[in-house]
Design a protein around this ligand. Structure first.
Ligand SMILES: Cc1cc2nc3c(=O)[nH]c(=O)nc-3n(C[C@H](O)[C@H](O)[C@H](O)COP(=O)(O)O)c2cc1C
Length: 434
């Protein structure tokens, strides 16, 4: 039992309730989502509820399938976005996503440290290796997952070394002696590795709050190894409780193999919730959010997730392990392909069941649909089963879903002693207790 444990809760500051056909609802607020004021409004509400952090995923390409009938086809640079949010908030953490595949580490170390200064120690970095975008960076075809993770490991090492190259203590500001910076403490890093050569030091000192917390998303075998060696938190795709328990246990034991305390890693799945005042309304919201996905689109999505072609099969036909394509073929995200592969091998589901799976209709996130009580019980069940240390909230369906989350669900968690009622510290490190 882990029920006396406090949850770590982040909010994805994207209009996730506008996914699919959600933006077409009269109350979707979609016209306002181009204005930073809209997000500042929700950021303040999240801070008022003492959430650990705000979060933004980020992709460096436009998905042609989403352009046209979806409002979620792209987004502004999340680090610039959070620089604006930083000025309007005081406590809540700001976790930006930056790819290690297509950026220079010096620039990224500088951007993140800048966000950390602007926010007074509230920046976090979600490290991603990207699933597409090579064509936009003179790097086509897409490097293999092995190469991307090898690069991510070296990239992260360089970024952390650059942060250390100019420690906060080097700033002395001694008017009497005339010493502003203690030069002896500011040192080049002289990094020369497989992918990068970086001399350093960084152009700005580290913030006094300490090393910026690292998040990671990607849970293939190499992804887990990388995450368990460096990350403070994992943004996890966790469609069911079983896969969550397996992932969390595995990450914890890998952390120990890397000589780390298993509690040093927080496993935070995306929680895509559809909250409404009645169960029926919530089910309706959930159904509507996927109604735009025709059979053809679901079949095409399945093909792109794991290369499985079910076009000619009847909907009630069961799919078995023997029908699956080679596990070693190249896919965009092994995390998603492996989740679906394991589900099919275990349950031999029908074609219809597969085409309704979160891995096919969405991003493989944990979906919870119902009233506040339903979603609350779902959270408690996963916490007690040891599947989660918290979650990243992805409100679905409508703005009302988000309102119910803040007005009723969070207070229920506080009443049960599962979430804080006040911030104990001022920085993201304080909130994550690291
Ligand atoms: C839950 C989750 C969220 C992700 N978010 C992003 C993202 O915001 N931007 C991005 O470029 N890649 C994202 N990725 C892709 C990963 O960074 C990684 O490139 C991909 O999953 C391939 O790694 P894998 O083989 O370990 O799955 C995400 C992956 C997962 C599982």
């Amino acid at each position: 039992m882990t029920s006396n444990k406090q949850l770590c809760i982040g909010l994805s500051l994207n209009a996730t309730w506008n996914k699919g056909d959600g933006w077409r609802r009269p109350d979707s607020g979609v016209e306002q989502t181009g204005s930073i004021n809209y997000y500042i409004h929700w950021a303040k509400i999240a801070e008022n509820s003492k959430l650990d952090f705000l979060f933004r995923a980020d992709y460096l390409y436009i998905s042609p399938q989403m352009l046209g009938d979806s409002s979620n086809f792209g987004s502004p640079d999340p680090t610039l976005f959070f620089a604006a949010i930083a000025c309007e908030t005081n406590r809540i953490g700001l976790v930006t996503t930056i790819s290690t595949t297509f950026n220079p580490p010096y620039v990224v170390a500088r951007q993140l440290q800048s966000l950390n200064w602007l926010s007074q120690g509230r920046a976090g970095w979600n490290i991603v290796t990207s699933i597409e975008g090579a064509d936009n960076f003179s790097d086509s075809p897409m490097p293999s997952p092995q190469e991307r993770y090898a690069k991510a490991a070296e990239f992260t090492d360089v970024v952390c070394k650059l942060w250390e190259s100019f420690p906060n203590q080097a700033i002395v500001i001694d008017r009497q002696s005339g010493m502003f910076t203690d030069k002896a403490q500011v040192n080049a890093i002289h990094h020369s590795g497989e992918f990068f050569s970086v001399k350093g030091p960084l152009t700005l000192p580290s913030h006094e709050s300490g090393r910026i917390p690292l998040f990671q998303a990607g849970a293939s075998d190499i992804g887990r190894n990388f995450a368990s060696s460096v990350a403070d938190a994992i943004f996890a795709a966790m469609p069911d409780l079983e896969s969550g328990v397996e992932l969390r246990n595995d990450l914890r034991s890998r952390a120990m193999e890397h000589g780390r305390d298993p509690d040093a890693i927080k496993v935070l799945p995306g929680l895509y919730f559809f909250l409404a005042d009645t169960h029926e309304e919530a089910l309706e919201l959930h159904k509507a959010s996927h109604s735009h996905l025709s059979l053809e689109r679901r079949l095409a999505s399945l093909q792109s997730v794991m290369g499985l072609d079910l076009n000619d099969l009847p909907m009630d036909q069961r799919v078995t392990a023997g029908m699956l394509p080679d596990a070693n073929q190249t896919v965009r995200s092994r995390t998603h392909a492996e989740l679906l592969r394991r589900y099919i091998i275990k349950y031999q589901p029908t074609v219809r069941e597969i085409l309704d799976r979160p891995e096919v209709v969405g991003s493989a996130h944990w979906v919870s649909v119902g009233t506040v009580e339903t979603v609350l019980n779902d959270i408690i069940e996963r916490l007690e089963a040891g599947a989660i240390d918290g979650f990243i909230a992805l409100p679905g369906g409508s703005e009302r879903s988000m309102e119910l989350f803040f007005e009723e669900l969070i207070p229920e968690l506080v009443d049960r002693g599962l979430f804080r009622s006040e911030y104990a510290g001022e920085t993201l490190r304080d909130h994550l207790d690291i």
